[in-house]
Design a protein around this ligand. Structure first.
Ligand SMILES: *Cc1c(COP(=O)(O)O)cnc(C)c1O
Length: 415
């Protein structure tokens, strides 16, 4: 039985049109199993040389001239590349900014202010109870700060926000809706086009959190009528720990929205040093302070890979990986009582799976010590993130077999 799984994995690996990308990542040749590329992507090999070159030539050689020569443009240039390669946005609508958390604050607060100015009855921000903690915390903070209300949507932990759930939460009081495209726990893939249309039908603006979709699932921000979006770059875009996030603001909203953290880098004329703030045009106004240039360089390596592979092929491999992991799990984990806490329909699932069992917290600790690295998510979920460019099918089998060993051992311990 074991050898049959290995044979299936190597058949998948042999037929995988993206298999050569794996060798472009640090550590892919080692026996370590990495199931957390959706939390912190592996570093591409080319990053070390790129950063060393940057320190020597640009930082060291050009010094402050670097700002005029290239760095001032980088948040916009790299933003446009994310727009093109990962989120379906025409140029001039995506910028690299602060952390996802801070960008969420800026966007949600700006959207609330605009909707409320148009109609003072619009005082509700709609968000689901299982959205990522920072998304919920930001919304609660803004509500307290601005005298607005939070309207919660209850969701199943192994699912996500459906059209019916959103329809019954929005109405004449809604200002803003904040949803994740791929749910961080279950991996549920929301129907972003339909949910956007529902928010718009109620007269609200919608902010999409693309943290677990950018670089893994095709996103068509322009085509689906998005208003605003944010996303992490250290997950499937391999930007490195703490690399800055991106923000998308649809062109039609750019002149209308005012962001709450006015800083000199967002001003119309950055070096005018004038007495008053005048917001810059386009995405410029979403910047606040000096952009984190060092932090935004590594992601460009992955953007090159995504561009050459194509997001459609990346998604096809992502589906094949999660389908395969489900099949292996059904075979060797289900008999141990492990349950799948993610959608079974690949059309409703992003790039990761959550497997639940009462032992999973201890299982995760044990696996980390043995160089098998999944993630643990409350209440009892083992999260398996499969990064299409760097995960192999062989890695999936090796890792899940170790999960089975650990579940078996730790279940015995509790008897
Ligand atoms: C990872 C993640 C974040 C992280 O936000 P940071 O500000 O980068 O810490 C936010 N939202 C979602 C949905 C995430 O998955």
């Amino acid at each position: 039985m074991t050898s049959e799984l290995d044979a299936t994995a190597s058949a998948h690996d042999g037929a995988d049109p993206l298999r050569h990308y794996r060798s472009l990542f640090t550590g892919a040749e080692t026996p370590l199993v990495y199931f957390d590329g959706n939390s912190l992507g592996r570093p591409p090999l080319a990053v070390a040389e790129m950063l060393a070159g940057f320190v020597d030539d640009e930082w060291g050689g050009r010094l402050i001239r670097g700002w005029d020569e290239r760095w001032m443009r980088l948040p916009f240039d790299i933003g446009d590349r994310i727009g093109k390669v990962a989120i379906g946005a025409a140029p001039g609508q995506t910028v690299i900014g602060d952390s996802t958390t801070v960008l969420l604050y800026k966007l949600v607060r700006a959207a609330l202010a605009e909707r409320r100015a148009a109609d003072p009855a619009r005082v509700e921000i709609v968000v689901d109870r299982d959205n990522f903690p920072t998304d919920r915390f930001i919304v609660e903070g803004i509500a307290a700060e601005c005298g607005a209300r939070v309207r919660w949507i209850d969701v199943d932990l192994d699912g996500g926000v459906t059209s019916e759930a959103l329809r019954s939460a929005v109405g004449a009081h809604t200002a803003v809706v904040l949803l994740s495209h791929v749910a961080y726990r279950s991996g549920y893939l929301a129907d972003a086009a339909e949910l956007t249309a529902i928010a718009h039908g109620a007269g609200a603006l919608i902010v999409w959190d693309l943290c677990h979709s950018a670089g893994s699932v095709p996103v068509r921000s322009d085509e689906w009528g998005f208003d605003l979006a944010v996303g992490c770059t250290y997950k499937y875009l391999n930007g490195g720990p703490g690399s800055p996030a991106f923000a998308y603001v649809a062109e039609r909203l750019q002149p209308v929205l005012a962001q709450p953290i006015q800083g000199w880098m967002g001003a119309a004329d950055v070096f005018a040093m004038g007495p008053e703030y005048a917001p810059g045009d386009g995405m410029r106004r979403w910047l606040s302070g000096t952009p984190p240039i060092l932090g935004m360089l590594p992601m460009t390596v992955t953007l090159d890979m995504l561009e050459s592979a194509g997001i459609v092929a990346v998604r096809a491999k992502s589906i094949e990986l999660t389908e395969f992991a489900l099949a292996v799990s059904d075979r060797i984990l289900a008999p141990l009582g492990v349950k799948v806490a993610s959608p079974r329909d690949p059309d409703l699932r992003g790039g990761h799976l959550t497997l639940s069992h009462p032992t999973m917290r201890a299982v995760t600790q044990r696996l980390w010590q043995g160089d098998v690295i999944p993630d643990y998510r409350e209440p009892d979920g083992l999260r398996i993130g499969l990064s299409p460019l760097s995960t192999s099918f062989g890695e999936v089998v090796r890792g899940l077999r170790r999960v089975a060993d650990a579940v078996r051992d730790l279940s015995d311990d509790t008897h």
